[in-house]
Design a protein around this ligand. Structure first.
Ligand SMILES: Cc1cc2nc3c(=O)[nH]c(=O)nc-3n(C[C@H](O)[C@H](O)[C@H](O)COP(=O)(O)O)c2cc1C
Length: 188
């Protein structure tokens, strides 16, 4: 199978990591993959914050869980109330992806960068998972303080984050893909 297809099909969300930190040269490649994603009008209006400080990640997780508990979504309320749940799964590295809020499509820009990051990680046999927790922080004063402490460029806000680490457990095989999700429109 084509190498790119192999990586795309083998990537699964990983939520259990060894304590060993990933290598700097691996991290550099992964961040570079994010930077080479497409972006609206080619503006590259994103910022990557690499966090390898568990105290900072614990603080974000605690506040995100507090916010989840106050949200009107039962799934998130349950996560927020679960003492065992850590939003970043104790991953040794997290990349917070922020975008310029007044740019053309910051959410999409940050999403495609996130996917490039996850695919690059998989190509290096590093586990990854998208974590949305950072996107809710702006809902509280404490969350806003945490965002401020990240030192983002002016006008930027976090849209998503990717946890990274050596896999403790392999992901399961991808479930079968839903059928009937493709329509062709061709010349009659
Ligand atoms: C927009 C988006 C938000 C997500 N948010 C979270 C999250 O906050 N926490 C988490 O553990 N996984 C999150 N995920 C990962 C999905 O749960 C995961 O991709 C999905 O279950 C499919 O599994 P797979 O990635 O192994 O194919 C998110 C994925 C996407 C695309």
């Amino acid at each position: 199978m084509n190498e790119v297809m192999k990586v795309i099909k083998s990537r699964r969300s990983i939520r259990s990591f060894s304590d060993e930190q990933i290598k700097q040269e691996e991290l550099d490649l992964i961040v570079e993959a994010g930077m080479y994603a497409p972006s609206a009008a080619g503006k590259q209006a994103w910022h990557f914050t690499v966090v390898q400080n568990q105290r900072v990640l614990d603080e974000i997780s605690l506040e995100a869980k507090r916010i989840y508990r106050s949200m009107d979504i039962e799934f998130l309320q349950n996560l927020g109330s679960n003492e065992q749940f850590h939003a970043f799964f104790h991953a040794p590295t997290v990349i917070i992806i922020s975008g310029a809020v007044n740019s053309i499509a910051p959410n999409s820009d940050c999403a495609v960068a996130a996917q490039n990051i996850m695919l690059a990680a998989e190509a290096l046999q590093i586990g990854s998972c998208w974590v949305s927790a950072v996107a809710v922080l702006s809902q509280t004063e404490q969350g806003k303080k945490i965002i401020e402490s990240l030192g983002l460029p002016e006008g930027y806000a976090p849209f998503n984050s990717i946890v990274l680490g050596y896999k403790k457990a392999e992901g399961l095989t991808a479930p079968a893909r839903r059928e009937g999700v493709v329509t062709y429109i061709r010349k009659s």
